[in-house]
Design a protein around this ligand. Structure first.
Ligand SMILES: [Zn+2]
Length: 315
């Protein structure tokens, strides 16, 4: 009797197996930038598998997809990226993708305005030149560094997941709301932590991805790269002027982005006696970041600690 039940149970199991593999397997979601990966994991919970499309440490603006990357597209249900002017290589890549792959950009509409609060350099309206020398043509794509714009990204991510996997749409929306609440808490925390600082000028010894962040929290930023045309290095005159300004403003900290060789920042720090402090711009993370369990929230709080240190914020 028992044996008959077992065999019946086994055939039932085998009968439903193919259906489960096709309809019950978790959809695979490929995501480009680290904040998109991290947010999508929170929004998806257990219902989708979120995979970073970029290898650890790869440069996100000008990544060159490999043939193996093309293969990965065919096993995925959804491809998430920020915008055509951030990951400029994505439109070319997805043009070749299988028709079944859903491709969604998650940048909020507000990404067009650049640098309203960054007039210190006098070049706010000009091109923002980034690390690989290409210009963002007046648009700062680094919207994720502002937690309130990140909330809008989370809406887009939840919409895309719901579209890719309708049976779990309610769970995605609920998880998105919980994440947005945490982003609001983070915003309030940053706002309070930067309320009372000796200086509000953030001097960056390289290209600067924190335009939206600076605007949100009433900081001004100075960079020798601001306003320079693509592929140009800062002129000796611009560097000399920056050193003079740093001395005049009594700036005691110089920030650099973790993805850059801080060579120029080191020269400027030596020249002015300023302390060098890193800011993580989170385009992508390294193996070390992953091993350390980095999340958007841990990296933002580390940035906040360094900003408080460098800007002399109390209490
Ligand atoms: Zn960038």
């Amino acid at each position: 009797m028992l044996r008959i039940f077992s065999i019946a149970g086994l055939s039932l199991f085998l009968a439903i197996l193919p259906a489960r593999a096709e309809n019950g397997a978790k959809p695979v979601v490929l995501a480009t930038l680290f904040p998109i990966v991290d947010f999508a994991r929170d929004v998806a919970g257990d219902f989708a598998e979120i995979v970073s499309f970029l290898p650890p440490g790869a440069e996100a603006h000008s990544y060159a997809p490999t043939p193996a990357d093309m293969m990965r597209l065919s096993s995925a249900r959804l491809f998430l990226y920020l915008s055509d002017d951030m990951e400029i290589w994505v439109p070319g890549l997805v043009a070749e993708a299988p028709a079944a792959l859903l491709v969604r950009a998650v940048a909020p509409e507000t990404s067009a305005a650049f640098g309203a609060g960054s007039a210190e350099s006098g070049h706010a309206a000009e091109e923002h030149v980034h690390i690989d020398g290409h210009a963002h043509l007046g648009r700062d794509p680094h919207v994720w560094l502002d937690p309130l714009r990140a909330q809008a990204m989370v809406d887009r991510i939840a919409d895309a997941l719901a579209e890719a996997d309708p049976p779990h749409a309610d769970a995605y929306r609920a998880n998105a709301v919980a994440l947005q609440n945490r982003l609001m808490d983070l915003h309030n925390e940053i706002f309070a932590a930067l309320a009372d600082c000796q200086t509000r000028v953030v001097v960056c010894g390289g290209h600067f991805a924190f335009g939206h962040f600076a605007e949100r929290y009433g900081l001004r930023h100075l960079s020798p790269y601001a306003g320079f045309s693509p592929n140009a290095q800062p002129s000796p005159r611009a560097l000399a002027e920056l050193v003079r300004t740093m001395r005049a403003l009594d700036v005691s900290a110089l920030f650099y982005e973790e993805i850059l060789d801080p060579k120029l920042a080191r020269v400027l720090a030596d020249e002015t006696g300023a302390q060098l402090l890193p800011l993580h711009s989170m385009h992508n993370v390294t193996k070390e970041d992953v091993a350390a369990g980095a999340t958007y929230f841990t990296l933002m709080r580390r940035n906040l600690d360094n900003l408080r240190k460098g800007l002399g914020c109390g209490p």
